[in-house]
Design a protein around this ligand. Structure first.
Ligand SMILES: [Zn+2]
Length: 138
């Protein structure tokens, strides 16, 4: 028996939903507009709301366990500060907050560069986290 009989026994993947041409065209027109609208909505939220500079309680489990800041500690407050243009305050909360800001807003763009940005960002956050944990005064 030829090999093709063995490979043809494997069932083809089932497609549960296949959009028609009208829906595909609608998706390509609407998707960028929706992403831009969502990015603007997020920016407005970050602009109008200001979280307290010193939170009443910290949500970070790492900080709760160790007493040391994790790579993301202060990132939320920093992103809110960056949206208002308060760069120095944001850098005080978290030195990598501009990178975090760029990573956050890259989620709204369908680009091949996003994966590279996120890979580099995660590596930078890991290095920053190690620095924060082992050299807290630095
Ligand atoms: Zn943390």
């Amino acid at each position: 028996m030829p090999d093709t009989a063995v490979t043809s026994a494997v069932p083809a993947p089932v497609r549960w939903y296949r959009p028609g041409p009208a829906i595909s065209r609608l998706r390509t027109v609407r998707a960028p507009a929706l992403r831009i609208a969502a990015a603007i909505a997020l920016l407005l939220l970050l602009w109008f709301y200001t979280p307290p500079a010193e939170p009443r309680f910290r949500l970070c489990g790492f900080h709760w366990l160790t007493g040391r800041p994790c790579p993301l500690c202060g990132m939320t407050r920093a992103v809110f500060a960056l949206a208002k243009g308060h760069v120095r305050q944001a850098l005080g909360f978290n030195a990598l907050s501009p990178l975090g800001f760029a990573m956050l807003f890259s989620l709204f763009w369908d680009s091949s560069q996003r994966g590279r940005l996120w890979s580099a960002g995660i590596k930078a956050l890991a290095a920053y986290g190690a620095l924060r944990i082992f050299f807290p005064g630095a």
